[in-house]
Write a protein that binds this ligand. Structure first.
Ligand code: FE
Ligand code: FE
Ligand code: ZN
Length: 279
């Protein structure tokens, strides 16, 4: 079982890696730069090396970087779109150099121009950022569909993937809170949802799971994360996701509203439940 949580790297990469070990996690998600702004403190070579050593020694699974939320590559406003293009270009390259396996981003919101026009912008933004020579895989996140968000239907993600120049460099990160909120019934029909994903996108393109419960009910098209077992999805359904034959070997990233100590507990509780259910 590969499981970790979102970590702040404000104290440096090495310190963060040590905190992950302490948490008994074996992967992590980090922001590719400041989530709201534009800055990134380049890690020193020494720090990057220490970080790589720690992850190797502890046998971690794939790592995930998350692009800033403020970026919107679906936008038709020049300044907003250009910023998104710059961030995608720079952060994909930088996370690739760091040896991070995957980088996820929110496809964006069309803010009135329509899904089709939004997708066209997203595809162009990806084409100027992915060269085809990267080791890193860029992941589209499944969204809840709040506001004018794009990516709440598997078909929209497939369309983006179908239209980019380097589809081999593009995968998907499935967020359990978001798809439940978007109207995919992972509580009563997980097998059906997994089959649908396979049919529309292909399970081979699913690279990561954002593992969250949902504060808002099924199909609400909201995006409010809850801690595992304390939301509308519930413990039993989330354990079925964690142990599903088609999903269980993927890396799981908690984005639940907890501090490090709480995440350590959440990870321990999940490991206990999964190991218990295997007997
Ligand atoms: Fe996200
Ligand atoms: Fe997420
Ligand atoms: Zn979310």
């Amino acid at each position: 079982m590969i499981i970790g949580t979102h970590m702040s790297i404000a104290g440096g990469l090495e310190k963060t890696a040590k905190a992950v070990v302490k948490m008994e996690a074996n992967t992590m998600q980090i922001f590719s730069r400041n989530p709201r702004g534009s800055n990134f403190k380049e890690p020193t070579e020494k720090e990057a090396e220490a970080f790589q050593r720690i992850r190797k020694e502890n046998g971690w699974g794939p790592l995930l970087a998350h692009a800033p939320y403020t970026m919107n590559p679906a936008s038709d406003q020049e300044k907003i779109y250009d910023f998104a293009c710059m961030v995608l270009r720079e952060d994909i390259a930088r996370m690739d150099r760091l040896g991070i396996e995957n980088m996820v981003f929110h496809p964006g919101s069309h803010t009135g121009i329509g899904v089709e026009a939004g997708i066209k912008n997203i595809v162009a933004a990806l084409n100027q950022a992915i060269t085809g020579k990267e080791q890193i895989t860029v992941l589209l996140e499944t969204m809840s569909g709040k506001g004018t968000e794009i990516g709440y239907e598997f078909e929209q993600l497939r369309e983006i993937r179908d239209r980019v120049d380097h589809p081999e460099g593009l995968g998907v990160c499935l967020d359990t809170c978001h798809i439940f909120s978007a109207g995919y019934d992972i509580v009563n029909d997980l097998d059906g949802v997994v089959a649908r994903f396979d049919e529309v996108i292909g399970l081979e393109h699913l690279k990561a799971i954002h593992f969250n419960d949902s504060l808002t009910p099924f199909g609400a098209k909201k995006d409010r994360h809850a801690t595992i077992g304390n939301g509308e999805i519930g413990m039993e359904a989330l354990l079925r996701v964690l142990t599903h034959p088609a999903l269980k070997d993927l890396p799981f990233y908690l984005e639940t509203p907890l501090e490090d100590a709480g995440h350590k507990e959440e990870i321990r509780m999940l490991r206990e439940k999964v190991e218990g259910s295997r007997e």
